[in-house]
Write a protein that binds this ligand. Sequence first.
Ligand SMILES: Nc1ncnc2c1ncn2[C@@H]1O[C@H](COP(=O)(O)OP(=O)(O)OP(=O)(O)O)[C@@H](O)[C@H]1O
Ligand SMILES: [Mg+2]
Length: 319
Amino acid sequence: MSGPGQLVARGKVRDVYAAGDDALLLVATDRLSAFDVVLPDPIPDKGRVLTALSLYWFERTADLVGNHLLSADRAAFPAPFGDEPSLAGRAMLVRRAEVVPLECVARGYLAGSGWSQYAGSGSVCGVELPGGLVESGRLPEPIFTPTTKAAEGHDVPVTPHEAIDIVGRGLFERLKELTLGIYERIASTAAGRGVIVADTKFEFGFAAGDLLLVDEVGTPDSSRFWPAESYEPGRAQPSFDKQYVRDWLDTSGWDREPPPPSLPPDVVAGTAARYVEAYERVTGGSFVEHLSAVGVARAPQRAAALDAASLDRIRKERA
Ligand SMILES: Nc1ncnc2c1ncn2[C@@H]1O[C@H](COP(=O)(O)OP(=O)(O)OP(=O)(O)O)[C@@H](O)[C@H]1O
Ligand SMILES: [Mg+2]
């Protein structure tokens, strides 16, 4: 059992702390991973964008499924976390759950690994699709294509049969229904704001017998967001996420093996701007106003380095 305040996990993006036996503090840092490697430069306020979007969607899906959120208000965080300004807007106190070992992916369009699988076999994760679909094409209806949650390395796609072997038929059917229902809610809300949610990933977990939506929801790290106005099936789409950084990395000559190169300031700023744009397009709200509402009021460019140093200090003290 982990003591109060102790670091229990460090993912590529998030630091997770124990907050009593039944709760965790999930801290979304400004780290960015590309090709499964964490880049050396923080993206200003990226963690705050992820947190703000997750909160937005938790509120708007709570009628479909309960979720793990207890509070995103710093005043409610257990000591000493409430006193750390670097956590404002980027941490969530959540119910600690036994996470279901499947990443629950919903796809409404054919992109990324879904498109590669379809191009090779005509199916995605064992789900047969009609012939003649094109890259980035809209599917006749959204499909559920879970993957395993790999502790290391890439998540592995599984067929429905394999997924049923992992979680049992009853839970598989429930996860499928919830995943498609939440995806439909998110995709239709975003569509009204000119954003296509091509696909997205959810995680679920059990706490005291309740099946809950956990982790992050409807963020650029867990979803593909495309601007609707430039959507054109038959080719890859520009997106509001890491594609911009990936494209820069591809032209930099990096071989995708650690260590990754440092990003030029304009690429850092361009990436940060895309995350903020994703937030503003999807929610229709101003990110600056959001920041001041959650108690963050300063120019992000310089503050990203201060936040990163503060988050590192907190992590090292509690490891
Ligand atoms: N309510 C919860 N209870 C327990 N664990 C949770 C809860 N919500 C999220 N998690 C877990 O917390 C971790 C969040 O960390 P993060 O997303 O940075 O890392 P990761 O997904 O494990 O690895 P990476 O993203 O680096 O591939 C995930 O493992 C996620 O499954
Ligand atoms: Mg994750």
